[in-house]
Design a binder for this molecule. Structure first.
Ligand code: HEC
Ligand code: HEC
Length: 346
């Protein structure tokens, strides 16, 4: 290599390293601007749910006997080993029936102001009963869920410990409340983004910091803000430009199904972007597998902006910084069935 080529190469290396180390200095307002829009996830659940309810709720979350066929638990579609989702366009439920929408993550769902893509459940407690009695999900009924749990002798002591004041603690509402208590513990603090917000200048790479700036400048944060970067408002999918029908299937009108108000047609809850890099496929239709493409769709559909590949990649670099510490869940040993326990209906 000639002396000049060598010299040019070392200048390039020095410039590249400067770009990395001086990213914050280049954008000194980045943290303050971000703190005006976002919040870090608390390091532990606050308020902390009751430990006995969490213990029961954990068993119920992993309990396949809550389903009619004894083969589907909450964890089947919200697998805690894969970011709280099933990594499929739509979920498979009772007797392999396909559901109509992509399974959203249960991680940090406690920070959403309503649950489901259309917000039809106000909170986690109200949500938890839905899948058990949904014919295409777990396929049971509220009465049968209680009959089933009463038929597994080990459950009554767990309900009694979790709901000590109740004369008859083994009820459907308590089942929902215990699952919700467990879900309050399913948070993912300490993502590079959270550490950056808390003051650690080295937590995010220069590319991630540039992506954060682009995310704010492009207007993404108008809808994806707060602790969950979403989960706190309803917005039309296709605010500026309707995406392709393969991404926004005409049959699912979102919040319209709940309110029957014309202005709610194709309105959906803005989803959280927490851990988004590990929870494909994307959108309520589960139709997009590539996060870069999902970002591009958002640019045109929500903002009327055609993002170029570099802008998409920059925003995706930021989205990568939203993956936090996964909850450490010890797989529960579930109370055993007896000869009298109601059998699966497959
Ligand atoms: C067969 C798959 C399946 C099973 C089993 C299942 N879910 Fe879901 N879950 C989904 C799908 C699909 C949605 C979105 C449905 C919608 O929005 O209409 C959802 C939505 C949710 C949400 C809302 C999250 C958000 O951001 O809106 C929570 C919380 C949740 N499920 C928890 C549970 C719990 C707890 C159980 C067990 C009692 C459970 N799920 C069982 C597929 C499933
Ligand atoms: C006007 C509000 C709005 C704006 C602005 C907006 N989004 Fe969204 N975003 C939504 C809604 C609503 C959805 C859910 C769409 C659906 O699937 O029904 C969504 C979905 C997403 C998803 C898929 C999430 C998942 O779990 O499947 C990603 C990724 C995303 N947005 C990123 C972005 C980025 C990056 C920007 C800026 C380029 C942006 N959004 C701008 C409202 C918005």
């Amino acid at each position: 290599m000639s002396g000049e080529a060598l010299w040019r190469m070392s200048v390039a290396v020095i410039l590249a390293s400067l770009a990395t180390s001086s990213a914050l200095a280049a954008d000194p307002a980045l943290r303050d601007d971000a703190l005006a829009l976002f919040e870090p996830i608390p390091l532990s659940p606050d308020p902390a749910p009751d430990p006995a309810a969490v213990e029961l709720g954990k068993a119920l979350f992993f309990e396949p006997r809550l389903s009619e066929g004894h083969n589907i638990s909450c964890n089947s579609c919200h697998n805690l080993g894969t970011g709280g989702v099933d990594l499929a366009p739509v979920s498979l439920g009772h007797r392999w029936q396909k559901g109509g929408r992509n399974s959203p993550t249960v991680l940090n769902a406690t920070y959403n102001t309503a649950q489901f893509w259309d917000g039809r459940a106000a909170d986690l407690t109200e949500q938890a009963g839905g899948p058990m009695i949904n014919p295409v999900e777990m396929g049971s009924t509220a009465e049968h869920v209680i009959e089933q749990l009463k038929g597994i002798p080990g459950y009554l002591p767990l309900f009694t410990a979790a709901f000590p004041g109740d004369a008859d603690p083994l009820t459907f509402p308590n089942t929902e409340a215990a699952i919700a208590a467990f879900e309050q513990t399913l948070i993912t603090p300490n993502a590079p983004f959270d550490r950056f917000l808390r003051g650690d200048d080295t937590a995010m790479t220069a590319a991630q910091q540039d992506g954060l700036r682009a995310f704010m400048d492009q207007g993404c944060a108008a809808c994806h803000n707060g602790v969950n970067l979403g989960g706190n408002s309803y917005q039309p999918f296709g605010l500026v430009e309707k995406p392709d029908w393969s991404i926004l299937p005409p049959g699912d009108k979102g919040r319209f199904e709940v309110t029957r108000a014309e202005e709610d047609a194709y309105v959906f809850k803005v989803p959280t972007l927490r851990n988004i890099a590990i929870t494909p496929p994307y959108f309520h239709s589960g139709s997009v597998w590539d996060l870069n493409l999902a970002v591009g769709v958002m640019g045109s559909a929500q903002m009327g902006t055609a993002l170029d590949p570099d802008q998409e990649a920059s925003i995706v670099a930021f989205l990568d910084s939203l993956t936090g510490d996964m909850p450490q869940v010890v797989y529960p040993t579930l109370p055993p069935s007896t000869a009298d326990t109601p059998r699966p209906q497959q």
